[in-house]
Each structure stands twice: as structure tokens, then as C-alpha cells.
Write a protein that binds this ligand. Sequence first.
Ligand code: DLL
Length: 431
Amino acid sequence: MIWCPEYECIDRESLEELQLRRLQMTVAWVYERVGHYRERMEELGVRPRDIRSLDDVRRLPFIDKSALRDTYPYGMFALPLDEVVRIHSSSGTTGKPIVVGYSRGDINTWSELTARVAASAGVKRTDLVQMAFLYGMFTGGWGMHYGIERIGATIIPAGSGQTERHLMMMQDFGSTVLVSTPSYALYLAEQGEAAGVDLRSLPLRLGLFGGEPCTGLMRREIEGKLGIRATDNYGLSEVVGPGVAGECECACGQHIAEDHFLFEVIDPATDEPVAPGEQGELVITSLTKEAFPVLRYRTHDITAIDTSPCECGRTLARIKSVRARTDDMLIIRGVNLFPSQVEDVLFNIEGIRPHYLIVIDRKKNMDDLEVRIEIEEDVFSDIMANMVAFQRSVADRLQSVLGLRVRVTLVEPGTIERTAGKSKHVLDLRG
Ligand code: DLL
């Protein structure tokens, strides 16, 4: 179902006119109301009236997390607190979190956007949707909740954690849709298996996964073990939360809510736009937000935009699933390494499970790179005799792709820590 055909199937010319109008309004709005934007625009000698075409967005300043940290907690708000009806914050792992606010209008728009994401994934009025995102400061739970309610589906607001209860509800309530991080879906599948529940025979048919990268192997494993179709959706707290982009039933990228956000993809080294369709850092400008608009927010997420027509009928462009961030690049013995490169090698080897941990330490003044990998139970016992050979072959494959010597440790299924939220794949002990 296309939730909002008027905008999701809009022709490009009308879309660009709408985007320009909304961009001009947003720029004027923040120039008047947010000191940080006004100062940065004045430094660059740009005024709201200078924005005459969509390309003029490039005249505006970039912002990133540091601007939001420096103005903590409310310095980037464009409305006074008495017009803000909700606050969320991002899970800052270090230092203060990023605080974002929503007006009543923003909550309404956000619900429309997550309703689009849910509908394009295939959620229907008749569905029973089990929510396993955290309700709280994380935008995942509340964001998707309102969209699903708007569609008219029945929501079970179970929240994250309490895996046994989730499994019980899936069986007793007959949930048809699961909303969670892909890591948690995998964990539910594992726990279900351990408890002897035949998850494939349950009414569950669809999964809406987001909040972290979902690799091909994770998707295959979730689909196989839960007997469902898995879909990916993308968003970030600073921009709105979930609702920014979501996959349709054609599964060929995630449609962007281009009527509400302007997307640029830039080369993070030069800050210049990449060629159409090329990969780079995603930069987002909000076009309709009132309380917490963002101009050229550098997401650090790496993706590419696909403007080719989609069979679903939506005309909105799509992004490729986000697999890596510019800031998750590790430098080990002078070599650049993205965790997604490790995944790409591992997940093409038979018998390896979608759980791994990269551990970096400093030994005798040298960086030491260890990759801990879970392998399938049957493979584990089969290869006891050949353990060393298997280990070496994985290490060789990693070394040939990464250009780095790697210590591979094979661990039993279930050894690597599981989470109800987003999983961590890197433990950097170098301090
Ligand atoms: O994770 C918002 C969200 C919740 C999106 C639920 C979708 C579903 P943050 O906690 O601020 O917000 O984290 C945002 O998570 O910059 C990406 O690096 C990553 N991320 C989010 N969704 C995806 C995805 C929410 N589908 C950060 N694929 C973003 C890959 C994702 N990475």
C-alpha cells in the first residue's frame, strides 16, 4: 500500500518546486530563530534571500554533532520550550547526549513519515505489530509506534528486552509483524530455538528492522529462522528518528522522504558532491521541521542515491542500505579498516554466524588485531580436528582483503554478547 500517493508518487518537477519552497522557508526560519545558524551563515556571507535554487543549498554551512554538543541542550531549538511537546535524545556514548525537540506539528509529520515506512514495508490495518524497540529517549520506539497506530494496525507496545515475554506474546497473541533492530531479531530467533519454539510456524510474517546496519547474512538468517520477510529502514535522532527512509516491497533500496528532507551525498575528504549514484557521506537538510530544523547535517553514514524508477510506483529516490560510517574507520598499524570490510569477508564463509567482534589492543608497542567469530554448532564440532586449518584459512582471507595480519579466534555459538538494541562490533582497547 502506498500511504501517501500525493507525495510518494509526485513528479520530479513538482517535487523540486516544493523542495525549493520548503528549503527557503526553513532557511529563513532558522536564520531568524537559531543563533548558531545565523552566525555561521553570516560568516559565509549568505542570507536567506540568496537561496534561489536547490543547488544553493551548497552555499549553506554544514553542521555536525559538535555544533549540537556545543549548544547543549536547547541552543539549536527554533521554538521556545512551551511550543515543544516532546524531547528525545541520542545515545551519546561519550559526553553529553544530543537533545532534539518536536512541536505538535513535528510529531504529526513524524507519524506520517513512519506510517509511510511501515506501509511501504507491507504493514496493513489488519496486522498485529509487536514493538521491540526501546520506548524512552531513543526515537525508535515512539517514532514507529505512532506511525503504526496511524495506519490502524494493532500495536503491542512491548518495548525492548524481556525476551521470554516477547516469545510468549508472539505465540499467544499471534503477532504478524516484528519491529526491532536486526540484532535483536536474531537474538529472539536464537532464544526461540533454544526454548524449542517453532518460530517459523507462527503467524509472524514481516519484520521492520532499523537503527543499525543489517547485512545480507543477518537478513537471510532472520528470514530463515523466523520465517518472515525482513525490511530495512533508516533514520537518525538528529534529523527526526525513524521515518527518513524505508524499503518498499521491491527490496531495492530505501525510499527517501524527499518532500521533507533534502539529501546530498558528498566526498567526506573534499566536501564536494560525488557523481550521481556514487557512494559518499549522506548530508541531510530538513524541509518541514519546526522545533529542531537541521541545515546540511553531516550524518557520517555512507550510502549512495538511486534515482532509477522503482516498480512499486513511488517516484521518491532511494538510498542504498547503510553499511558503514565515515567515523567507524579504524586505523590499525597505519592501515584504514572499516568493520564492514571484515563482515564482507566473514559472511561469505560457510559455517560462520552473523556475530563477530573486532578487538584491537596494543602489544609490545604494536597494534594487535583480533577477530572473534562465532561458528555454527555443527561446524564447531566437525572442525575440532581441523580447527587450526579453518582458523588459518579465515585469517588468510581476511589478510588478503584487509592488507593486515589478523588473529582469528573461533568461539562457540552464543559467546559474543547479545543486545536488545544495537550491537557493537568493535572493542578498541588502545586507549
Ligand atoms: O537509530 C533512529 C532509528 C530508529 C532508525 C529505528 C530506524 C529505526 P540514532 O539512535 O540517533 O537513531 O542512530 C542513528 O544509526 O546515523 C546510522 O549510523 C544508524 N542507523 C539507523 N538506522 C540504520 C539502518 C536511530 N537502517 C544512526 N541501517 C544512524 C544502518 C542505521 N544504519
